[in-house]
Design a protein around this ligand. Structure first.
Ligand SMILES: [Zn+2]
Length: 83
């Protein structure tokens, strides 16, 4: 999706909400909780054809914080596919 192509309908009509202000909406929408005192704002990618939305953590520092604080998934041998 970051390359401008929708993974669902293969359309190239993809829009990026990186410059939307305010980035985090009311009541903490458009964010994910990182820890008790920290939330990460998200970049939204929206397909203009099918309406599919992908969200990415916007700030590099928040990404680092998540990697520090969150438990990492452990890939199991049976989970060969995507996800
Ligand atoms: Zn689409």
């Amino acid at each position: 999706m970051k390359t401008g192509k929708c993974p669902k309908c293969q359309s190239f009509d993809v829009y990026i909400g990186t410059e939307v202000f305010p980035k985090s909406g009311p009541f903490g929408s458009n964010t994910i909780p990182v820890s008790l005192t920290s939330v990460a704002a998200l970049d939204n990618y929206v397909c203009g054809e099918c309406g599919y939305v992908e969200r990415y953590v916007a700030e590099e520092s928040k990404l680092k914080e998540i990697k520090r604080k969150w438990e990492k998934t452990k890939p199991s041998p049976s989970a060969a596919g995507p996800e």
